[in-house]
Design a protein around this ligand. Structure first.
Ligand code: ZN
Ligand code: ZN
Length: 55
């Protein structure tokens, strides 16, 4: 299985049912992963293409 790292806190996401992974809606290339904690606190994140968001 592919390992993912939270884009906000850089923590490795291991079998976290509250985490999400999706492809950046702007560049459609970079995979964005967020852990449960960062989703709960609405931590900001930024894609390499410059896209930022809480969602
Ligand atoms: Zn996180
Ligand atoms: Zn992007």
């Amino acid at each position: 299985m592919e390992r993912s790292v939270c884009i906000s806190c850089k923590k490795e996401i291991v079998n976290d049912p509250g985490s999400v992974s999706f492809t950046c809606p702007v560049c459609d290339k970079i995979k964005i992963s967020r852990c449960k904690n960062c989703r709960e606190i609405s931590a900001r994140y930024k894609c390499e293409c410059g896209f930022t968001g809480p969602n």
